[in-house]
Design a protein around this ligand. Structure first.
Ligand code: FES
Ligand code: FE2
Length: 344
C-alpha cells in the first residue's frame, strides 16, 4: 500500500515514540513521508514541526531545546511550539520577518506516547480503556522499524491462519491449521472481532498464560482502529489473565512502518515480570516481522499492481481494505486505487 499517496491518511493520529525519548532533546521522525521534529515544550507537552529551518533549511532535529523552544543547530534561529520564529540571535534588534515560520502539526501525549496528526484529524486518538484502570499495569514492549506496509501488519494481526505456521515453534498448532471463526462487529472506528483459539502451552509460557495445561484457549476480543492501530484483546479463561496488546503500525513511508507496541496485564510483577513478558513476546514478534518483510509491501489495496488470492480466513484483511477504500472515496480520493470490487 502506497501510504504517501493517500492524503486522507494524514487526517489520523499516529503514535510516534515514547514520551521518554524526548528527555534528551528533539527527535526526528518521518511520518507518511513528511520529515518532522518533535520535542518537549516548557509545559512538558510535546510539539511537532516540519523538520526544516526556514533560514537555510537545516534539520531542526539537529538543534536543541531552550526554554521550551527549539533552536536550530546551524545559526540559532529559535521557534516556539506553533512554529513561529521568536529569535534571530545575529540581529536581536531587528524585527523578525513575518514569514519566518515553520509548519506545525497537531501533537499530544497519550498513553505515554507522542501522537501526531499531519492534517486536521477526522477522529480522536482511539480509546484504550485499560489505560489508567488500576486493574492493569502498562508495559512498553517494542519500538522498531519494519520494512513492510502498515496494512500488511494490520491484516496479519487479525489473520488466524498464520499461527500454525509462522508461530509453530511457539504457541501455534501445526496439526490444527483450520482457523477458528471470527464474529465481527463493525464500528465507525473500524471493527471488533471475537474468537476462541486453542494454543500450545509449553512450560516456558506457563507464567504468561497463568495455567499449566498443555493446550489452552485464548479468548480474543480484538479491535481494529482505522487506519493502522489495533487491540489484541487476549484473555486466558483457564487463569483469568489478560494479555492486552496495543499495536500502532505507524506509517513512515511507502516501504516501512514503526512498530509501536505496548501491553496491559491484569496480574502482578511477582506472577509474571515485565522482563518475562517482553522476552515472551520477542520471538513471536520477530516471527511476524520476518514473514511480513518477505511480502510485497505495496500489494494490499492497489489492485492495479498485483492479484492476490483470498480465502475465507482472509476476511478481516478484506474488511479493512473495503473500509479504507470507502474512507478514501468519502474524502474524494478515487484516483489512487482501482478497487476490484468483485474480490472484496
Ligand atoms: S539554517 Fe537554521 S538558523 Fe540557519
Ligand atoms: Fe503472528
Amino acid at each position: 500500500m502506497l501510504v504517501t499517496q493517500q492524503k486522507t491518511l494524514r487526517r489520523f493520529w499516529y503514535a510516534l515514540m515514547p514520551m521518554s525519548m524526548l528527555d534528551d532533546g528533539p527527535r526526528p521522525f518521518t511520518l507518511l513521508g513528511e520529515n518532522i521534529v518533535v520535542w518537549k515544550g516548557a509545559d512538558g507537552r510535546p510539539a511537532a514541526l516540519r523538520d526544516r529551518c526556514c533560514h537555510r533549511t537545516a534539520k531542526l532535529s539537529k538543534g536543541f531545546v531552550e526554554n521550551g523552544n527549539i533552536v536550530c543547530g546551524y545559526h540559532g534561529w529559535t521557534y516556539d511550539c506553533s512554529g513561529a520564529c521568536v529569535r534571530i540571535p545575529q540581529h536581536p534588534d531587528n524585527r523578525i520577518p513575518a514569514g519566518a515560520k515553520v509548519q506545525s502539526f497537531h501533537c499530544q501525549e497519550k498513553y505515554g506516547y507522542v501522537w501526531v496528526a499531519l492534517d486536521d484529524p477526522l477522529q480522536p486518538i482511539p480509546d484504550f480503556p485499560e489505560d489508567g484502570d488500576p486493574a492493569y499495569r502498562r508495559i512498553l514492549q517494542f519500538y522498531e522499524k519494519w520494512h513492510t506496509s502498515p496494512l500488511r501488519m494490520m491484516e496479519n494481526s487479525f489473520d488466524n491462519s498464520h499461527f500454525s505456521f509462522v508461530h509453530k515453534s511457539n504457541f501455534g498448532m501445526i496439526d490444527r491449521p483450520e482457523p477458528s471463526k471470527y464474529e465481527f462487529r463493525p464500528h465507525e472506528w473500524g471493527f471488533e472481532a471475537e474468537t476462541h483459539v486453542p494454543i500450545r502451552n509449553p512450560e516456558a509460557s506457563h507464567r504468561v498464560t497463568g495455567t499449566t495445561e498443555p493446550v489452552t484457549e485464548r479468548h480474543l476480543v480484538n479491535r481494529w482502529f482505522l487506519p493502522f492501530s489495533r487491540r489484541f484483546g487476549c484473555m486466558y479463561p483457564a487463569s483469568g489473565r489478560h494479555h492486552i496488546i496495543y499495536n500502532c503500525a505507524t506509517p513512515i513511508d511507502d516501504k516501512s512502518m514503526m512498530l509501536v507496541q505496548w501491553l496491559y496485564r491484569n496480574d502482578s510483577e511477582e506472577s509474571c515480570s515485565t522482563q518475562e513478558l517482553i522476552d515472551w513476546d520477542r520471538p513471536i514478534t520477530d516471527e511476524d516481522r520476518d514473514i511480513l518483510e518477505a511480502t510485497d509491501y505495496d500489494a494490499c489495496i492497489d489492485t492495479r499492481r498485483r492479484v492476490e488470492y483470498h480465502m475465507e480466513s482472509d476476511k478481516p484483511g478484506l474488511l479493512m481494505r473495503r473500509m479504507l477504500l470507502e474512507l478514501f472515496e468519502r474524502h474524494g480520493e478515487t484516483e489512487a486505487f482501482l478497487p476490484a470490487r468483485e474480490t472484496l
